[in-house]
Design a protein around this ligand. Structure first.
Ligand SMILES: Cc1cc2nc3c(=O)[nH]c(=O)nc-3n(C[C@H](O)[C@H](O)[C@H](O)COP(=O)(O)O)c2cc1C
Length: 224
């Protein structure tokens, strides 16, 4: 083999060795941090749930007491999402429902709606959206606390016709120059209440049986 051939072989071997070592380092880093990343995701998820059902209101781990909801009609879901339950001394105290408003100004608005056992709202948080900064993005709790307008509301408070923004003769504020986003969120929250009312017995029953994460089946879309 001439000098050029030897050089190519040597560099090829070095390159191969380098690739193996690099892959090993990346794999090692991934494996050693995987647990930490999962812990952080779980922590963030739990933080959002605790904003709607604070620690004083329940004694279970909501993250470990979840159903899988798939309803597209009332919850607007495009894929299965978790529905969390809160219990105190084994008694059901409320649930956190996933909901998607499909009629935002710029597409889907994903949210969670906390509903107490008696059907009143304990809180709403928008988890992801693409609404316009300075206009529709006030549904995001980081930008404004507009969603607090839903606190303690229920299917009977206000009455059905008033579950709308003020521009549509309802009771909820819209934003200056932006009605489409708050209208979409208001509709989605109301539909989440309807879903809860239609599925309450099954949600509570699953809690009582303490069956952990599972899928349950009803007329309106949760599946076993
Ligand atoms: C560039 C641009 C971005 C807009 N973004 C939003 C938005 O994120 N949310 C929203 O409700 N309206 C947004 N609007 C305003 C809507 O087009 C609409 O005029 C407003 O929501 C009032 O709706 P209404 O006629 O149903 O009351 C935007 C308008 C423009 C021109």
């Amino acid at each position: 083999m001439n000098i050029l051939g030897q050089s190519i072989t040597k560099n090829g071997l070095l390159l191969g060795l380098f690739a193996i070592v690099t892959t090993g380092v990346i794999a090692g880093t991934y494996l050693s941090t995987r647990g930490l990343i999962q812990d952080n995701i779980r922590h963030a998820e739990e933080g959002a749930l605790l904003e709607l059902f604070p620690k004083s209101s329940h004694d279970n781990s909501m993250l470990d007491d979840a159903l899988s909801a798939t309803d597209s009609e009332l919850l607007g879901l495009r894929e299965a999402k978790k529905l969390y339950r809160a219990t105190m001394n084994g008694e059901f105290v409320g649930a956190i429902l996933p909901a998607t408003a499909r009629d935002g100004y710029t597409g889907d608005i994903d949210m969670i709606v906390g509903i107490k056992e008696d059907g009143t709202i304990s809180g709403v948080r928008v988890l992801s959206h693409r609404e316009t900064p300075g206009l529709g993005d006030q549904v995001d709790y980081k930008k404004s606390h507009w969603v607090d307008g839903f606190l303690d509301k229920s299917l009977s408070n206000p009455e059905e016709a008033k579950w709308a923004v003020k521009k549509d003769k309802g009771v909820f504020d819209q934003f200056t120059g932006a009605t489409i986003t708050p209208r979409a969120v208001t509709k989605a929250v109301h539909k989440a209440l309807l879903y809860y009312a239609a599925n309450k017995a099954e949600i509570i029953d699953a809690t009582a049986k303490n069956m952990g994460e599972q899928q349950i089946s009803t007329d309106v879309g949760m599946q076993r």
